[in-house]
Write a protein that binds this ligand. Structure first.
Ligand SMILES: O=Nc1c(NC[C@H](O)[C@H](O)[C@H](O)CO)[nH]c(=O)[nH]c1=O
Length: 163
């Protein structure tokens, strides 16, 4: 019998997101996948009770701009936010561009949380092929949309940070 090992595990749907304000910053590269990821995250946020009027969505050109774009939104008049979700899709090309962006953006988003003292959910897909990206946005039949996990993580971390 195969055991389901990978995955976020049981979501604690007990979290009440009705008083949370969440910011989503997304890159515009690979927009078919981006749009699906945003949809998954927003639907999960609303499933946890986050009001649509408390979900602010902003975009940046590409994933390299996610750290600064997330900081800008976090510190803008649109806030204050209880958590932010940074969404990007990197697909490996022929050069080392992918590696340098993946590495710098992941470290920067991790550091940003502590700089702004707010949860920043890591929504960067780092894919070797377009098929991998589509399969992680729930676009492929039967595949799971990772945007949903990011929405759930934003609610949980916001509530734990506010406690
Ligand atoms: O190259 N591929 C990608 C990409 N490049 C642009 C980069 O993020 C940035 O916007 C520019 O370098 C300008 O600073 N951005 C992505 O989100 N995904 C990719 O797959």
């Amino acid at each position: 019998m195969s055991h389901q090992i990978k995955g976020v595990g049981k979501l604690d749907t007990a979290y009440d997101g009705s008083n949370l304000k969440i910011g989503i910053v997304h890159a515009r590269w690979n927009s078919t996948v981006i749009d699906a990821l945003i949809k998954g995250a927003v639907e999960k946020l609303k499933a946890f009770g986050v009001k649509e009027s408390n979900i602010v969505v902003s975009s940046v050109p590409g994933s390299y701009e996610l750290p600064f774009g997330t900081k800008v939104l976090a510190e803008s008049k649109e806030g204050p936010f209880d958590a932010l979700i940074s969404i990007g899709v990197l697909i490996k090309g022929e050069t080392m561009h992918f590696e340098y962006i993946s590495e710098s953006v992941s470290h920067s988003l991790m550091k940003l949380q502590f700089d702004i003292n707010k949860p920043v959910i890591f929504g960067l897909l780092t894919c070797l092929t377009e098929e991998q990206a589509l399969a992680r946005a729930g676009v492929v039949e039967g595949s799971h949309n990772h945007g949903e996990d990011w929405g759930a993580a934003a609610v949980e971390m916001a509530i734990k940070h506010n406690a």
